[in-house]
Design a protein around this ligand. Structure first.
Ligand SMILES: [Zn+2]
Length: 295
């Protein structure tokens, strides 16, 4: 299987910027971590993919993009986070959804809903963050990000994103294609982008057929030049130590109660669903740490 990656390209002398992503393994890892049924896997996978693409323009791992979708549908909140290192993680409120449309396609809009917003936060490190919010349009996620780019970032964009789920629930193919008009775009470039949008096939199908990302891009923009290729992967980065430190922020009385109870503490990471167990000895150590700090 081809490895996950993001290719960044430019067409029409830099007037159109294109990102193409293959995220099959990333979305499969997310599906396994959260035990997702197909429609939840597709909704989460699409959000992870676009967020990963946005983060591929960042320079280092201190810089992050967080996208949060809440359309008040049965899926609940979908959150994706990606950093400049290509690490991507996220979750969906209800991973157990399986809605299909009459044509057999997964009904992502029914899971997500349309009564709400897409919020994107760009965390540039050193406490500099920028947030933008736009109203959800269709709940299909690709359209919702396209609207966000147009409204909140003043960048006209075509967003194609898709996840193909196999009959055995595995992710067969996942990917995205984002084409954006640069501020200097000529009428000719705008027309070229519109033509591309009109003939665009689902990017997940192209990836499933085994097309390389530069070939996917050149289907629509034959003159495109590849500028950069970035690795991307499912990676949470949480650890036993991380949650050990967060237990240390509990009230002393709560810690004392947990120690007296004797059954230890369990913490589940919201992003990757990993379960961490701390026994009574660990809790005593945390309480001692707290007392030292507050003495
Ligand atoms: Zn985690």
């Amino acid at each position: 299987m081809n490895k996950d990656e993001i290719v960044i390209a430019a067409a029409m002398n830099g007037q159109i910027r294109i990102h193409a992503a293959r995220t099959t393994q990333l979305v499969e890892a997310a599906r396994i971590a959260h035990n997702c049924m197909p429609t939840s896997a597709a909704a989460l996978g699409r959000t992870l993919t676009v967020t990963a693409i946005m983060a591929s323009d960042l320079k280092n791992s201190d810089e992050k993009i967080v996208a949060m979708i809440n359309g008040h549908g049965p899926s609940g909140t979908i959150l994706a986070q990606a950093n400049g290192n290509g690490d991507v993680r996220g979750f969906i409120g209800d991973p157990g959804l399986y809605f299909a449309r009459e044509d057999g396609h997964l009904d992502v809009a029914r899971a997500v809903g349309t009564d709400g917003n897409l919020t994107v936060t760009r965390d540039m490190g050193l406490r500099k963050t920028f947030s933008g919010v736009s109203a959800l349009q269709t709940g299909e996620i690709g359209d919702d990000f396209a609207y966000y780019f147009a409204i909140s970032e003043q960048t006209p964009s075509i967003v194609g994103v898709g996840v193909l789920v196999d009959t055995d629930l595995h992710i067969k193919a996942a990917g995205g294609l984002i084409c954006q008009l640069m501020p200097n775009a000529s009428e000719e470039a705008i027309q070229k982008a519109e033509q591309a949008a009109a003939i665009m096939r689902p990017v997940s199908s192209l990836i499933d057929e085994g097309l390389d990302l530069p070939d996917v891009i050149r289907l629509y923009f034959p003159d495109a030049e590849v500028l950069d290729t970035r690795d991307v992967r499912w990676h949470c980065g949480c650890s036993r130590e991380h949650f050990f430190n967060s237990l240390a922020t509990l009230k002393e009385s709560d810690l004392e109660e947990m120690i007296a109870d004797g059954s230890g503490a369990e913490i589940r990471c919201q992003y990757c669903n990993s379960l961490y167990h701390y026994d009574t000895e660990d809790l005593k150590q945390i309480l001692e740490m707290r007392r030292v700090v507050h003495r």
